[in-house]
Design a protein around this ligand. Structure first.
Ligand code: IPE
Ligand code: IPE
Ligand code: MG
Length: 251
């Protein structure tokens, strides 16, 4: 066994006593829009529309609760397997809500950040998203990270590729590569460690979301379908988090 390190890098202050009940960084796998619509005899797009309203509420709650970063899984790199019609509906909704909500984000002090590969949604939407990122860049109340065409394995592979290129260029030695260097190449490098990961809809899996980042996150799985995710449901997840005792391998 290697000797105990003097410091505990990467371990947040919350783990060293002075326990914080409010997570700094919360991520949500917003699942269940389709089932919500089907249950009501509506087309799936109606579920996505209702889901977009739930996003609004979740942002409000996050701001009020004093959460620093809210990361939302909006579209996975595997969601391209859906029908063209559903993908069209989803991109149309993204465009609509982005235009409608940009002013609110500015007013509420929300900084928008994107992870994934949003360029795949076409130049027009990508440019709109980029403009929203620029216009909210100096906001400080909440960082809203939207994962668009995001896949954790792709993200980690890209980071590995970057490190390999830097090693080939002689910038770093291969044996210098460690978790800090790899973490610094991920799209989440500038964000605090993930504290709480919530998935709605009753599914108990990560679906290729923040695999590296969730190493020591608390996981909360709720049966609530995403469009029904309201203040009470968010409060329930935050309550469960506050009761958890995080150990990070210590005792
Ligand atoms: C989540 O809801 C939204 C996206 C994945 C874009 P779903 O569309 O996956 O809803 P279910 O899982 O089919 O109910
Ligand atoms: C995960 O939900 C992706 C998002 C919520 C954007 P999915 O509905 O795509 O996940 P699976 O297919 O049930 O694993
Ligand atoms: Mg789903």
């Amino acid at each position: 066994m290697s000797p105990k390190p003097a410091a505990t890098p990467g371990i947040p202050p919350a783990a060293r006593g002075g326990e914080s009940a409010v997570p700094r960084h919360v991520a949500i796998i917003m699942d269940g829009n389709g089932r919500w619509a089907t249950k009501r005899g509506l087309p799936r797009v109606a579920g996505h529309r209702a889901g977009a309203e739930a996003v609004r509420k979740a942002i409000e709650v996050a701001v009020e609760a004093g959460i620093e970063v809210l990361t939302l899984y909006a579209f996975s790199s595997e969601n391209w397997r859906r029908s063209d019609a559903e993908i069209n509906d989803l991109t149309g909704l993204m465009r609509f809500y982005l235009e409608r909500e940009l002013k609110t984000l500015e007013k509420e002090g929300v900084r928008l950040k994107l992870i994934g590969e949003p360029a795949a949604f076409g130049a027009e939407l990508a440019a709109k998203l980029e403009r929203a990122v620029e216009r909210t860049a100096s906001n400080q109340r909440l960082t809203l990270v939207v994962a668009l065409n995001y896949g954790s394995r792709v993200e980690i592979a890209a980071a590995a590729k970057m490190l390999a290129e830097r090693a080939v260029a002689g910038e770093i030695a291969a044996d210098q590569i460690d978790e800090a260097l790899l973490g610094a190449e991920l799209q989440t490098a500038d964000l605090p460690d993930l504290d709480l990961l919530i998935r709605t809809s009753g599914e108990v899996r990560l679906s290729n979301f923040l695999l590296w980042q969730s190493a020591y996150a608390e996981l909360v799985f709720l049966d609530t379908l995403w469009p029904d995710f309201d203040e009470a449901a968010f409060g329930e997840a935050l309550g469960l988090f506050a009761q958890r005792q995080r150990r990070f391998g210590g005792r």
